[in-house]
Ligand binder design. Structure first.
Ligand code: UD1
Ligand code: CA
Length: 474
């Protein structure tokens, strides 16, 4: 990565007590993605060559999530033992940056601010130029709680005053600090050590760097961002609001890329969905979760829930189908009410109809299972027809066993396949058969008891029952 690529420091050691949760605040999710991953993704999107996260008491749990997502150590983690303020938090991160040159750009981000835009961060970096420090300001509807940007008569930013230290007059300032900075590493090294706790909260304020820069004669530049973009999350109400906002933004981004979304306010697309191809259509109440990807012209009808799955071009997912860790090939048709559990792999042109459940099962090109079946631990060949009500009996109470159905076999309705078992290519299994032994290629398997007829039975039965009911009347 380029020498002038920035370094990101993400502050996330706050306690998050207002979440009232046993889970670390930054592991709660917005649009399916843990809060803590949002600034990491953002930092990477602007080319950050290094990401350092400052964490507190729940460090281990957060680090596990980061390691699982980005690879072990890809996001460096430093511990802030006690939450002594934002200035102290950044200071903890410096120990991880000792080998970096002093002219490196450090982007300081917050672990609980998910919706900051890439463009805003790029313009912050551009605005800083060669100044030691630049920051993002905002004009919130209600500035209470924020640090206010105090400017001189010429409009130059002189210092930031925190809410608890502000005079009544300062509290009337509408422009506040969003807590997002671009700063030179050298400037941080030179001044973080000199911060004091002489303020209303007894904390090391990172924001004191602004006053220090001004007194040094350096201009502190600012850019303005909309409030929703820089808003942090402190409780679950704010979490829900951000989640709704994020999801709407995600839906709109897909629409701009050529995806039709009907009633987008009812559709929920996770931030980590990687692809939805052009001219795909998403109907109301659909949920696309995790690391899911859809091809082109895919139709996802109402109420489908798709998690960590891949769907090929021109596939049709009829209403209320549930897919988890599965793959659906091009032109396949699924549902309504199909349930693809982990490890289901449908080749092209497969038809899987209503109330069909699959698990660790593959179906070859053009195979069909259209009604009411359970297909688990099965390998099903090309153009196989699985009749209604077919069950793979894959579990003997201890172990799971595999059913193999070779190409072009025909499985009659209401068949039980007691695994391990194999049906040879092109073989027929008669309706109602319980298959317990391998069926040779091209054979017909039948286990039905032969049908017999009792002639005249119905007439005799009615006569009998007629007498009985007359008898009762007497
Ligand atoms: C800070 C700014 C304030 C700004 C506001 C924007 C300071 C002194 N004030 O307020 O001007 O308007 O952000 O939201 O910086 N954190 C740590 N360790 C700590 C303290 C905080 O890691 O010891 C982290 C938090 O987890 C959070 C971020 O830093 O991600 C900001 O902390 P928070 O307490 O929300 O900000 P304030 O200090 O209230
Ligand atoms: Ca604070």
């Amino acid at each position: 990565m380029a020498e002038d690529a920035p370094i990101a420091v993400i502050l996330a050691a706050g306690l998050g007590t207002r979440m009232k949760s046993d889970t670390a605040k930054v592991l709660h999710r917005v649009a399916g993605r843990p809060l803590v991953a949002w600034p990491v993704e953002l930092a990477r999107s602007v080319g950050a060559r290094r990401v350092v996260m400052v964490l507190g008491h729940q460090l281990e749990a957060v680090q596990r999530v980061l390691d699982a997502r980005y690879g072990p150590g890809a996001v460096a983690v430093t511990r802030q033992e006690r939450q002594l303020g934002t200035g102290d938090a950044v200071r903890q991160a410096l120990s991880a940056l000792e080998d970096e040159p002093k002219d490196a750009t450090v982007l300081i981000l917050s672990g609980d601010v998910p919706l900051l835009e890439r463009q805003t961060l790029l313009s912050l970096t551009a605005t800083r130029g060669h100044a030691p420090l630049a920051l993002v300001g905002t004009r919130p509807a209600n500035p209470t709680g924020y640090g206010r940007l105090v400017r001189d008569s010429a409009g130059r930013l002189m210092r930031i005053v925190e809410e608890k230290d502000a005079t009544d007059e300062e509290k009337r300032i509408a422009e506040v600090n969003a807590g997002i900075y671009a700063v030179s590493l050298g400037f941080l090294r030179a001044h973080l050590g000199g911060l004091t706790t002489r303020n209303a909260q007894g904390e090391f304020y990172l924001t004191d760097l602004v006053g220090i820069a001004f007194r040094e004669g350096s201009e502190v530049r600012t850019i303005l961002a909309p409030e929703h973009e820089v808003a942090g999350i402190n409780d679950r109400v704010e979490l829900a609001r951000m989640d709704a906002l994020a999801r709407l933004r995600i839906a709109e981004a897909w629409m701009q890329k050529g995806v039709t979304i009907v009633a987008p306010e009812t559709v929920s697309i996770d931030a980590d969905v990687t692809e939805i191809g052009k001219d795909s259509e998403i109907f109301p109440g659909v949920s696309l979760r995790g690391n899911t990807s859809l091809g082109m012209r895919v139709r996802v009808d109402a109420g489908c829930v798709i998690t960590d799955s891949v769907v090929g071009d021109d596939a049709v997912l009829k209403p209320c189908s549930i897919l988890t860790e599965s793959r659906v090939g091009p032109r396949a048709q699924v549902g309504p009410f199909a349930h693809l559990r982990p490890g289901s792999v449908l080749s092209e042109d497969v038809h899987l109809g209503n109330f069909v459940e699959t698990k660790k099962t593959s179906l070859g090109p053009g195979a069909k299972a259209n009604h009411l079946s359970y297909l688990g631990d099965a390998v099903i060949g090309a153009r196989v027809n699985v009749g209604a009500g077919t069950i793979t009996c894959n579990y003997d109470g201890v172990h799971k066993h595999t059913t193999v159905i070779e190409d072009e076999a025909f499985i009659g309705s209401d068949t039980q396949l007691v695994a391990p078992v194999r049906v040879g290519a092109g073989a027929y299994v008669g309706a109602g058969t319980t298959v317990t032994r391998d069926v040779p290629q091209g054979a017909l398997a039948l286990t039905r008891v032969e049908q017999k007829h009792l002639e005249g039975y119905a007439k005799r039965k009615r006569a009998r029952e007629g007498k009985k009911s007359e008898g009762k009347k007497e």
